[in-house]
Design a protein around this ligand. Structure first.
Ligand code: ATP
Length: 240
């Protein structure tokens, strides 16, 4: 398994305050990596650096062997922000066909992506009339068109019911099995166990980078939420 993302000594300032303090990690190809951490810990900032839309103070981010944000990566990286990025005045199908057309792809690709996120029955509806959870899935469908090699998803399951969340996670793993790399942020600990690997971030620092099983073993608990808390306490003792 190769490396899809390599982050080295990444320091980022936002609003003249340092919010990432030297992050180093590698993310393997063809896997689902979860980026977990409390609100404000720096998940979105790290994601933005990976996608190449974040000004960085120092350090390096390499994606699929190229500097993050470089032009050849544009068709290979799908990014879904927390705010759905679809057109409210177009239907689900029109949105998907528009994004497919930008990549030189046809209606079949668009329809497949819509079905993949469970929106086939709502494909004719205007996005502006969808529920919040449906709108997020419409945005996800558009990012999945063209089978990008890397899919970066910022809290993709917020607002989804348990059945849909399970379906989406199953789909993420199917994509990973087919070779796609997924980086998925969440602050919901019960989703952490669904990932192949976890990056645990707190206050702009990585405090865990391993498989869920290894993190549970290291922390001496089966409960990932408790494991995260123990890692935080250990850190605080080390730095006290
Ligand atoms: N545009 C901005 N200008 C200044 N500071 C910002 C900006 N965006 C985020 N920050 C700060 O950067 C830090 C990290 O924010 P970030 O959005 O990366 O956290 P997060 O872990 O994604 O949070 P959440 O789970 O709430 O989305 C926070 O302290 C936040 O206040």
């Amino acid at each position: 398994m190769g490396t899809a993302i390599e982050v080295r000594d990444l320091v980022v300032e936002r609003g003249r305050r340092e919010v990432l303090h030297g992050i180093t990690c590698t993310i393997p190809s063809g896997s689902v990596t979860g980026l977990l951490g409390p609100s404000g810990s720096g998940k979105t900032t790290l994601i933005r650096a990976v996608v190449g839309v974040q000004i960085v103070k120092s350090g390096e981010v390499t994606v699929l062997g190229r500097p993050a944000g470089s032009a050849p990566l544009r068709s290979q990286v799908g990014y879904v922000t927390q705010a759905p990025s679809v057109y409210a005045d177009l239907s689900v199908r029109e949105n998907a066909r528009y994004f497919a057309a930008l990549l030189g792809l046809g209606a079949a690709e668009a329809d497949r992506a819509i079905a993949d996120v469970g929106l086939a029955d709502a494909r004719g509806q205007l996005v502006g009339n969808l529920s919040g959870g449906q709108r997020s899935r419409a945005s996800l469908a558009c990012a999945m068109i063209g089978e990008p090699k890397l899919l970066v998803l910022d809290e993709p399951t917020v607002g989804q019911d348990p059945v849909l969340r399970a379906d989406l996670w199953a789909r993420f793993h199917e994509l990973a099995d087919a070779g796609t790399t997924l980086l998925v942020s969440s602050h919901v600990m019960d989703e952490a166990g669904r990932c192949d690997r976890l990056l645990l971030i707190r206050e702009g620092r990585l405090i865990g980078d391993d498989t869920p099983a290894a993190i549970r073993t290291a922390a001496g608990t089966d409960d990932l939420e408790e494991a995260f808390l123990r890692l935080i306490r250990e850190r605080e003792q080390v730095t006290a």
